[in-house]
Design a protein around this ligand. Structure first.
Ligand code: GAR
Length: 213
């Protein structure tokens, strides 16, 4: 059976991309990653993609956001991508991408949204004194980290945590929830969106959350 073609946008080290690559290397996984694009030439994500034999391209930001997004859309269309996953992509996504792939752009954010959107989510969580932190996979809309929530993962905040240790703990659940969300959306289990709420039709016993340690 042919698999759903997915493009990934990443700016950083790419551990979430790696989790998606590892999951999709199982031929029974319903999706495959066919292209990885980065706004940063030195992104570790590009190296990880190349190592996995996936087309990897640096698309520089020069020329403004509209031109940059047009180049991204062209590269994704050239690979006949059906879904787009932002994995540590540190740019605001605009209409160019959202109009090209309506309702088909995923993002992962290192907080339990709607708490702590935007930059430095882990620092915001520590400063706020929350006892439970986590990560969220959501559909991307025109706002910053405001789209319908798909899957969440929670971890404790420990008294000795700093931004770095909390970020690492949150990443452990990111690596679990992103493959889960990608599997379910590409299996067609997302029934729709009612108001702010994403509606799933999940397998018996499955739940759209995980608890990490
Ligand atoms: C992850 O924690 C991801 O949730 C976050 O950047 C990190 C990327 O790590 N994304 C954002 O903050 C998006 N606003 P990675 O490159 O190792 O996947």
């Amino acid at each position: 059976m042919s698999r759903v073609r997915v493009g990934v946008l990443a700016s950083g080290g790419g551990t979430n991309l790696q989790a998606l690559i590892d999951a999709t290397q199982d031929p029974a996984f319903p999706a495959e990653i066919v292209v990885v694009l980065s706004d940063r030439r030195d992104a570790g994500a590009l190296v990880r993609a190349e190592r996995a034999g996936i087309e990897a391209r640096w698309l520089p930001r020069g020329g403004g956001r509209a031109a940059h997004e047009a180049a991204i859309v062209a590269a994704l269309r050239a690979q006949a991508v059906a879904w787009v996953a932002l994995a540590g992509y540190m740019r605001i996504v605009g209409d160019g991408l959202l109009d090209a792939f309506p309702g088909k752009v995923l993002n992962i954010h290192p907080s339990l949204l709607p708490a702590f959107p935007g930059l430095h989510a882990q620092r915001q969580a520590l400063e706020h004194g929350v006892r439970v932190a986590g990560a969220t996979v959501h559909l991307v809309d025109a706002g910053t980290d405001t789209g319908p929530i798909l899957v969440q993962g929670a971890v404790p905040v420990l008294p000795e945590d700093d931004e770095a240790t909390l970020a690492v703990r949150i990443l452990t659940v990111e690596h679990r929830i992103y493959p889960l969300a990608l599997r379910w959306v590409t299996e067609g289990r997302l029934v729709g969106v009612e108001g702010r709420r994403a509606v799933w039709r999940l397998p018996e016993g499955a739940a759209p959350f995980v608890f990490g340690a």
